[in-house]
Design a protein around this ligand. Structure first.
Ligand SMILES: NC(=O)c1ccc[n+]([C@@H]2O[C@H](COP(=O)([O-])OP(=O)(O)OC[C@H]3O[C@@H](n4cnc5c(N)ncnc54)[C@H](OP(=O)(O)O)[C@@H]3O)[C@@H](O)[C@H]2O)c1
Length: 275
């Protein structure tokens, strides 16, 4: 167990910090007392302390002194000031994990000012319900120990994969922005159901469960999506008629282009951080 005997500190008790705290405790991969969290907002800390039994800190430096693994979960514009504040409290035995969108490893390593293992993670919002997709890249001083720690922390809120940093913009375009595409797909499917006479609530529930079911089939069977699609497409049947319409109206090209547009925008935004 990569987190056995370690403490995990979360800086920022917002949406992602709160989700990680909840995931770590609920998954049982670490004792609640070994999860530390700091924030400028004490009411958020009090709520998490009461609901999860984790330890809270009003000062980031105190948290970093006590934590072996530190997850930086503040908004990107707060990364520089927080790293300047906590940098002197880091050493090579600790792992710094940043989830700040678009903040490159090189910038994080420069800002922290000391040679410590840094990992950059791109998570997504379904981490809030334990169904996230997170991809991490290792910094210059990070190795297998830091990879194992990152896997352990983020697998408590969903699936985790490793990739080179050059692929993180593509990851942002796919899984980072992807939940929003899926919401639009669910909305559109539900609109179709309503158009054909279903009550709105029934249509939204059926659409969401259908997307969830399709995704589980892909992940759990390990089969190519096209194989699964062919298996449910009877020649001359209803699904074939629906699929033809989707191809004809350009669904495939639209989604491919959406991923590309978001990845290109992610690249633009992250080059601003490097400037
Ligand atoms: N949400 C996502 O799905 C998602 C996906 C990928 C990456 N990310 C990244 O995750 C990071 C956190 O996002 P989020 O949505 O969780 O943001 P959030 O809800 O705004 O949480 C950030 C928390 O950090 C607190 N904070 C601000 N300054 C601080 C300081 N100096 N020390 C300690 N805590 C401080 C904020 O308090 P105040 O509100 O009082 O300022 C807030 O409670 C961002 O960098 C974002 O790019 C998020």
């Amino acid at each position: 167990m990569p987190l056995t005997g370690l403490t995990v500190g979360l800086i920022g008790a917002g949406a992602m910090g709160g989700a990680l705290a909840t995931g770590l405790v609920k998954s049982g991969c670490i004792a609640p007392g070994a999860v530390l969290i700091s924030d400028v907002d004490t009411s958020r800390l009090e709520r998490l302390e009461t609901s999860l039994g984790i330890r809270t800190f009003g000062h980031n430096t105190q948290l970093v002194s006590e934590a072996d693994v530190v997850v930086l979960a503040v908004k990107p514009d707060m990364v520089a000031p927080v790293l300047a504040e906590v940098g002197p409290f880091f050493h090579a035995g600790k792992t710094l994990i940043s989830i700040a969108a678009g903040m490159p490893l090189r910038v994080l390593e420069e800002r922290i000012g000391v040679s410590v293992p840094v990992v950059r993670v791109m998570p997504n919002t379904p981490c809030l319900v334990g169904a996230g997709a997170s991809v991490y890249s290792l910094g210059t001083h990070a190795g297998p120990r830091d990879a194992a720690r990152t896997q352990a922390v983020f697998s408590s809120v969903g699936l985790v994969l490793e990739a080179g940093e050059s692929l993180l913009d593509a990851v942002t375009g796919l899984s980072g922005s992807g939940p929003a595409y899926v919401y639009m797909v669910i909305e559109a499917l539900a609109d179709g159901g309503v158009r054909m006479g279903l009550p709105r609530e029934t249509a939204v529930t059926l659409a969401a469960q259908t997307v969830l079911g399709g995704a589980k089939m892909v992940l759990e069977s390990g089969e190519h999506p096209a194989t699964l699609r062919d298996r449910v497409t009877t020649p001359g049947g209803t699904t074939a008629a629906g699929l033809f319409t989707l191809e004809d109206r350009g669904l495939r090209a639209a989604l491919c282009e959406a991923v590309k547009a978001a990845a290109v925008r992610a690249r633009e935004l992250s080059s601003r951080c490097e400037a």
